[in-house]
Design a protein around this ligand. Structure first.
Ligand code: GLN
Length: 448
C-alpha cells in the first residue's frame, strides 16, 4: 500500500489516473492487516486496488467523472463488488478517472483532466475506464475495477497493454454501479496478467439479491482453469473483424497470435458475424435510450450539484442539469429521449432491440461449432490526445469490435499481443460463450 502511494506520487501528476485518494484510511487498514499477517487466508489479503469512479464507495467521493457529482463526497453505501473486495481484505487505494458517466473512448470526456497513456502521455489511455487501465499499466496499483458497456474495459486495456475482462452480463452484480445503460453495463477486472484477472473475477462475481439481473449460478474457480492446454480448442475468426478500417499492424499482430494458437494445438477457421455492421447504430440507440432514463435521477435534489438562485423548481432542475452535465452526456440524453419518444419509438428503439437479437443469434450460431471467437480488440492502437475529440462519429467507431459483445451479453477479454510501430500496445480480444469465462481465461492464459 505504501509502495502504491509512492508510485502515485511519482507518476500520477502525468498519468492522472486517480481522481480521489483514500490514503489515510488505506494506510490505517494496511497497518492493521500487517498485524494479522499470516493468520488470514483471504484471497486478496492486503493487496492495493483502484476502483473506477462510477462504483459507489461508502464515505469515499464518487463522481462518475462528472461535475454533477463533484460534491458527492459521502456515499452512504458500498457497491456489492466493493463489499466483496473488502471481505477478501484488499485495500482501496482510490478512485479512478473516467469519461463522464462512462460515455467515451479516450478519457477526454472526463469533466476533470483526462488520464493519459503511460506508454506515451501524448496518447489517450482509452475509455471510459482509462484511469483504471492507466493505473495498472503505470504500476500504481496491480489491480483495478472498470466497467464495460460497449468496450470500456477491453479498449483501454488494449491501449495500455494490460489484461481486461468484461464478464458475461449477469455474472457480476451491478448494485452500486452508477447506471449508464443497464442492459449492457458490467463491472470487470483489469490486471497485469491473466492469473490475477481470474482471481479478481472469482472475488467479485456471483449472485446478489440487490441486482435482479445477476445470475444465480455457481462461480467456478477460474484460477484453476489456467492449465496452459488449448489442444483441440476450436477458434472462430470473424471475417468482419479483420476487414476494412482495421490497421495493417493490428491485423499482423492478430495473425501472429493465431499462428501461436496453432502451434499450441488449437485450430482456427474463418467465420461470419453478418450483423456486426449494424452493431454501432444499434448500440448508440439502445445505450442512449437507457442512459436518458437512468440519468433522469440527477435533478439537483437527491444527489450532487444544485444550481444556485433558481426561481422555480423547474428552473432549478433545468439549470442543475445544464450546468452539471458535459456535452457528450447531453448529446446522449437528447438522442435517447428522441429514440424513446412516441412516434419514433417503433422506428428506432424497437427496431434496435430487434437487430440486437439478430446480433446475439450470430454469436450463438458460431458458438454452436467453436469454443471461442478471436479477433482484435480495437481497429487501431491508441490515438493522440485531441485527435478525435471534435468528431463523435470517429470516436464511436473505436468500439466497433467490442460493442457486439455487450449487445450479445457474452464475455470478452483483451490481452496484449504486440506493439505498433509507434511503440504502443495492441490488444487481442477473446470472446466466449455465455458464462464460459473459464474457457476465455484458459485461452488467454495459454497465449500470454
Ligand atoms: N465508448 C463507448 C461509449 O461511449 C463505450 C463506453 C463504455 O463501455 N462505457 O458509449
Amino acid at each position: 500500500v505504501e509502495e502504491s502511494y509512492k508510485r502515485i506520487d511519482e507518476v500520477d501528476g502525468e498519468v492522472k489516473a486517480f481522481l480521489t485518494l483514500n490514503k489515510e484510511q488505506a494506510m490505517e487498514q494496511a497497518s492493521q492487516y500487517d498485524e494479522e499477517r499470516g493468520s488470514d487466508d483471504a484471497t486478496l489479503f492486503g493487496l492495493p486496488i483502484g476502483v473506477k469512479d462510477n462504483i459507489v464507495t461508502k464515505g469515499l467521493r464518487t463522481t462518475a467523472g462528472s461535475q454533477i457529482l463533484d460534491n458527492f463526497n459521502d456515499p452512504l453505501y458500498n457497491a456489492t463488488v466493493v463489499n466483496k473486495l473488502n471481505d477478501a481484505k484488499s485495500i482501496t487505494i482510490g478512485k479512478l478517472n473516467m469519461d463522464e458517466f462512462a460515455m467515451g473512448s479516450s478519457n477526454e470526456n472526463s469533466s476533470y483532466e483526462g488520464s493519459r497513456n503511460p506508454w506515451n502521455t501524448d496518447y489517450v489511455p482509452g475509455g471510459s475506464s482509462g484511469g483504471s487501465a492507466a493505473a495498472v499499466a503505470a504500476g500504481e496499483v496491480p489491480y483495478s475495477l472498470g466497467s464495460d458497456t460497449g468496450g470500456s474495459i477491453r479498449q483501454p486495456a488494449a491501449y495500455c497493454g494490460v489484461v481486461g475482462l468484461k464478464p458475461t452480463y449477469g455474472r457480476v452484480s451491478r448494485f452500486g454501479l452508477i447506471a449508464f445503460a443497464s442492459s449492457l453495463d458490467q463491472i470487470g477486472p483489469i490486471t497485469r496478467n491473466v492469473e490475477d484477472n481470474a482471481f479478481l473475477l472469482e472475488t467479485i462475481a456471483g449472485h446478489d439479491h440487490m441486482d435482479s439481473t445477476s445470475a444465480n449460478l455457481e462461480v467456478p474457480k477460474y484460477s484453476e482453469s489456467l492449465t496452459g492446454d488449448v489442444k483441440g480448442m476450436k477458434i472462430g475468426v470473424p471475417k468482419e473483424y479483420l476487414g476494412e478500417g482495421v490497421a495493417p499492424e493490428v491485423k499482423e499482430a492478430v495473425q501472429a497470435a493465431l499462428k501461436k494458437y496453432e502451434e499450441l494445438g488449437a485450430t482456427w477457421e474463418e467465420v461470419s458475424l453478418p450483423h456486426s455492421k449494424y452493431a454501432l447504430s444499434t448500440y448508440y440507440l439502445i445505450s442512449s435510450s437507457e442512459a436518458s432514463a437512468n440519468l433522469a435521477r440527477f435533478d439537483g435534489v437527491r444527489y450532487g450539484k444544485r444550481a444556485e438562485d433558481a426561481e422555480t423548481m423547474l428552473d432549478m432542475f433545468k439549470r442543475s442539469r445544464a450546468e452539471g452535465f458535459g456535452d457528450e452526456v447531453k448529446r446522449r440524453i437528447m438522442l435517447g429521449t428522441f429514440a424513446l419518444s412516441s412516434g419514433y419509438y417503433d422506428a428506432y428503439y424497437k427496431k434496435a432491440q430487434q437487430v440486437r437479437t439478430l446480433i446475439k443469434n450470430d454469436f450463438e450460431k458460431v458458438f454452436a461449432d467453436y469454443d471461442v471467437i478471436i479477433g482484435p480488440t480495437t481497429p487501431t492502437p491508441a490515438f493522440k490526445v485531441g485527435d478525435k475529440v471534435d468528431d463523435p462519429m470517429t470516436m464511436y467507431a473505436n468500439d466497433i469490435l467490442t460493442i457486439p459483445v455487450n449487445l450479445a451479453g457474452v464475455p470478452g477479454i483483451s490481452v496484449p499481443c504486440g506493439f505498433s510501430e509507434a511503440g504502443l500496445p495492441i490488444g487481442l480480444q477473446i470472446i466466449g460463450k455465455h458464462f464460459d469465462e473459464a474457457t476465455v481465461y484458459r485461452a488467454a492464459h495459454a497465449f500470454e
